[in-house]
Design a protein around this ligand. Structure first.
Ligand SMILES: NC(=O)c1ccc[n+]([C@@H]2O[C@H](COP(=O)([O-])OP(=O)(O)OC[C@H]3O[C@@H](n4cnc5c(N)ncnc54)[C@H](O)[C@@H]3O)[C@@H](O)[C@H]2O)c1
Length: 388
């Protein structure tokens, strides 16, 4: 029976995915795997039994990645599990940054008790006119899990959408609506967009993407959205743009003291992933990643090991985490040949200093062979999975 230790309260949408072959709880001894949300693992002793850690969420700052890799522990996260939650907030913000819904609702509260409110409403409503998004142009910077959903949804709401992502994956390209226009440069996005939304990771080359120089290239009255990371925008430059009227609205998930109270800023306190569904998706995805690794040795969405997966073919499977150094594969095949074991199929990939190899083999893999493999200096962890 596999032992899964939960370091945080994990949504039943995740824990209920485990079959009867798993014991899941907080009081687990010698865990095969850990499920964690925000609990810090930095001070934790990693038991020898531990094969994998899955973080139900995207960030892995609470997990000692280097220590895990050196100990042969695969670390998983759940990228994209909250993408729909962020997409829905961004679509709401496209509308809120257009129609003056929030100030109108505030105003409506303010006329309480002042007379015939229905009449006052008809008189007062003209100050809250705002444009429709249908027929307008949206630029989407970054077409990953979130950017794709935003681009497709905005298109289905009648927007013309320009997408920009120089590193677009093939899988992402398949999921993108064919009607999304392919922008070849950021300047093309800036020149054409009435609305711009950014969905890229914070990296040295993406920091301050919204800056004085880029804002100058945008259309007058552009509406800017930032639901990725606060530092993607140079806030003083955004404020200058708002004050000059170059930027009509700035909507963001990241609070900065200087933004608060600005008339044309819509700032919310990091609500992107704050939905019960998002938590359920993260937990469900983390549980599936662990089961796939423990039962089949397949790796998807690991942050410290490469993605390697092969369907089961009825063979015994040997899974090896090893150092990424020359000659390792030939040493492995030599050791197996000596033990009379034939390799039927294999996959091997490296990620920085480490690599992961799956070997489907015929012939008995006795514990001595497993121990011999693990004793090779290049091998960090060897596991043998029964034929399936
Ligand atoms: N507001 C929230 O609560 C919330 C929640 C989840 C994620 N996020 C943020 O949203 C970002 C995007 O999330 P995701 O799940 O879509 O990530 P993702 O990794 O699926 O997609 C990121 C995309 O950005 C692209 N990219 C990288 N550098 C680029 C560049 N210089 N120019 C254009 N494109 C570039 C990548 O090719 C990739 O397609 C995350 O990095 C995170 O910071 C915010």
């Amino acid at each position: 029976m596999y032992q899964i230790q939960c370091l945080n309260k994990i949504s039943p949408a995740g824990t209920e995915k485990f079959s009867a072959d798993y014991k899941v709880g907080t009081d687990v001894e010698n865990p095969d795997a850990v499920l964690v949300r925000s609990a810090s693992m930095h001070e934790m002793d990693l038991p020898k039994s531990l094969l994998a850690v899955a973080r139900a969420g995207a960030g892995v700052n609470n997990i000692p990645l280097d220590k895990c890799t050196a100990s042969g522990i695969a670390v998983f996260n759940t990228p994209g599990a909250n993408a729909n939650a962020v997409k829905e907030l961004v679509i709401a913000m496209l509308l809120l940054s257009s129609r003056r819904i929030l100030p109108a609702a505030e105003w409506a509260k303010s006329i309480r008790g002042t007379g015939d409110v229905a009449k006052l409403a008809e008189k007062g409503k003209s100050q809250f006119v705002g444009p429709e998004i249908s027929g307008k142009t949206l630029g989407v910077i970054g077409l990953g899990a979130i950017g794709i959903l935003v681009a497709n949804a905005a298109h289905s709401l009648g927007m013309e959408v320009y997408g920009y992502d120089p590193y677009l994956s093939v899988d992402a390209a398949w999921r993108l609506s064919r009607s999304i226009k392919h922008a070849r440069s950021l300047d093309e996005v800036y020149a054409n967009s009435d609305y711009i939304t950014i969905h890229v990771p914070l990296l040295p080359d993406t920091k301050n993407t919204y800056c004085a120089e880029s804002i100058a290239k945008m259309k007058d009255g552009v509406r800017l959205l930032n639901f990725a990371r606060g530092e993607l925008a140079d806030i003083p430059a955004v404020l200058d743009g708002l004050h000059s009227g170059k930027i009509a609205r700035y909507a963001t998930d990241f609070l900065d003291d200087s933004l608060l109270g600005e008339e044309n800023v819509i700032a919310v306190p990091h609500l992107g992933a704050s939905t019960p569904e998002s938590e359920d998706n993260c937990a469900g995805m983390a549980a599936c990643e662990l089961m796939e690794y423990l039962e089949n040795g397949n790796i998807r969405n690991s942050v410290n090991l490469p993605a390697v997966s092969m369907p089961r073919s009825g063979c015994t499977r040997i899974c090896l985490i090893h150092r990424n150094v020359p000659n390792t594969i030939s040493k492995l095949s030599g050791a197996l040949a000596e033990a009379g074991i034939n390799i039927e199929d294999m996959q091997s990939k490296a990620k920085k200093d480490y690599a992961y190899t799956i070997l489907d083999v015929t012939g008995a893999v006795i514990p001595e062979t497993e121990a011999h493999l693990e004793s090779l200096p290049e091998i960090v962890r060897a596991r043998v999975l029964a034929a399936k």
